[in-house]
Design a protein. Structure first.
Length: 361
C-alpha cells in the first residue's frame, strides 16, 4: 500500500472518529422525563442566572453568583452582575442582592465560580470575575448584620487563562480550573467540537499559581472534600467526575473517575456525609443552542447525587430532579440543606425544591 493511501485512510479514520464523537456529544438519542423530589418553586429576585452557589453551613445561607451572561458583549449593558444571598431558614423563597462596599468597580462585574473560607466566624468569599482584558479572583468579606459585602482585594495571575470555578482550601489558597485553552470564539468552539484536552487545573498558594494538571478535557466545576483528602473535578465533555487524592502539600494524584452519562457543571459536597450533588446538562445539543440564545431556547436540567463508598472505590448515583427545560433551563449547580434543595442555572432563574423523602433521593 502506497504512502498516499495510508495517509488517506488515516485521515478518513480520524474524520469518522471525530464525527462519531461529535454525534455522541450532542446526545441526539436522549430524552428527559420530568420528576421532582417534592414541591418546587422559583426563587424571587434572580433573573439573569444563578451559575454557582456556595453554601455556608455555619450560617445556613447560600451565596449565589448571577450575571455570567454579561460576558456576551451585547449583554454587558443590560445585565448587572452580582452576588445574592439565600437564607434557608426564612423559607420566604427570596434571594437578595448583596451591596458591595469599598473601592470595587462593579461596572463590568461578571461573577462566575464562587468559594468561601470561614475562620473565626469571618466569612471570606472568593469569586471568579471576567472583566474586559483579563480574568481575576475578587475577594470579599461578608457582614452578617448589614447583609453586605466589603471588597478586600483582587487576585491576578497569568495562569488564570480561562477560569471557570475555584475551590478554597485556606486563606488566599485555592484550586482553579481553566475550562479551555483558546479564548478566541471560533478557536474555542473548534477546541470543544474536537474535544481537545487543552484545559488545566492550577493551584494558587497565596503568592503565585502553579499548574497541577495539564491536558485536561474541559475541567469545569471543582470542589474539595470537607477534610481536604479528595479533590473533585467535573468534565462536561468527558461526562465524568474526576476524583483525585489530595496531599497535605496540595499535590494531587488521580484516584478514579465517576461516569455520569450526562455533562456535569458544578458540584456541592455535603459536609455531613460527603455526598456529591451535581448540576448537569443531560442533552448536549440543547445546552449548546441554549448558550447561543438563552432567552428563546430551553435546555433540559438534571440533578445527580453521588454517594461515595469503600474509600471512594465505588459509588451509588441517584437522580433527585430532572426537567425538560420548561421550569428552569441549563441547571449548573445543586445545593442541599435540611430537606431543601436549591438548583442554580447558567442564565435562567433559581429553583427551590422541598425534598420529602431524603433517604430515597
Amino acid at each position: 500500500m502506497g504512502l498516499k493511501k495510508v495517509i488517506t485512510w488515516v485521515i478518513l479514520a480520524l474524520g469518522c472518529s471525530t464525527f462519531i464523537k461529535i454525534l455522541l456529544m450532542l446526545d441526539l438519542n436522549k430524552r428527559v422525563y420530568n420528576h421532582v423530589p417534592g414541591p418546587c418553586r422559583i426563587v424571587e429576585g434572580i433573573e439573569n442566572g444563578s451559575e454557582d452557589i456556595e453554601f455556608v453551613p455555619e450560617l445556613g445561607v447560600a451565596f449565589i453568583t448571577s450575571g455570567v451572561i454579561s460576558m456576551v458583549e451585547e449583554r454587558r449593558a443590560s445585565v448587572k452582575g452580582g452576588i445574592f444571598l439565600y437564607d434557608f431558614a426564612r423559607r420566604d423563597f427570596k434571594a437578595i442582592r448583596l451591596p458591595i462596599d469599598g473601592d470595587f468597580d462593579q461596572t463590568f462585574f461578571t461573577p462566575h465560580g464562587i468559594s468561601a473560607f470561614v475562620s473565626k466566624k469571618r466569612i471570606t468569599l472568593y469569586v471568579i470575575n471576567h472583566p474586559p482584558g483579563g480574568h481575576t479572583v475578587e475577594v470579599f468579606t461578608f457582614n452578617k448584620e448589614k447583609r453586605s459585602l466589603t471588597f478586600v482585594k483582587t487576585i491576578f495571575d497569568p495562569l488564570f487563562t480561562c477560569p471557570n470555578d475555584l475551590a478554597v482550601v485556606g486563606a488566599d489558597r485555592f484550586f482553579i480550573t481553566n475550562y479551555c485553552y483558546f479564548v478566541n470564539k471560533w478557536l474555542n468552539q473548534l477546541e470543544l467540537a474536537l474535544q481537545l484536552n487543552l484545559g488545566s487545573v492550577v493551584y494558587y498558594d497565596g503568592k503565585k499559581a502553579t499548574t497541577v494538571e495539564s491536558w485536561s478535557l474541559t475541567p469545569n466545576g471543582i470542589s474539595v472534600h470537607p477534610n481536604l483528602t479528595y479533590l473533585y473535578i467535573a468534565s462536561p465533555l468527558g461526562e465524568v467526575i474526576k476524583v483525585y487524592k489530595l496531599a497535605k502539600d496540595m499535590s494531587i494524584e488521580k484516584h478514579t473517575e465517576v461516569s455520569l452519562l450526562s455533562s456535569p457543571d458544578n458540584m456541592f459536597i455535603d459536609r455531613k456525609n460527603g455526598d456529591i450533588w451535581v448540576g448537569c446538562h443531560p442533552v448536549g445539543y440543547e445546552v449548546i443552542r441554549h448558550v447561543d440564545d438563552p432567552d428563546n431556547i430551553r435546555s433540559s436540567s438534571q440533578v445527580l447525587k453521588i454517594r461515595m463508598q469503600e474509600g471512594h472505590k465505588s459509588w451509588v448515583i441517584t437522580e433527585p430532579y430532572a426537567n425538560d427545560g420548561a421550569t428552569i433551563s441549563g441547571s449548573s449547580i445543586a445545593v442541599y440543606h435540611e430537606q431543601q434543595m436549591l438548583i442554580g442555572t447558567m442564565f435562567h432563574k433559581l429553583l427551590q425544591c422541598d425534598v420529602i423523602n431524603p433517604d430515597i433521593v
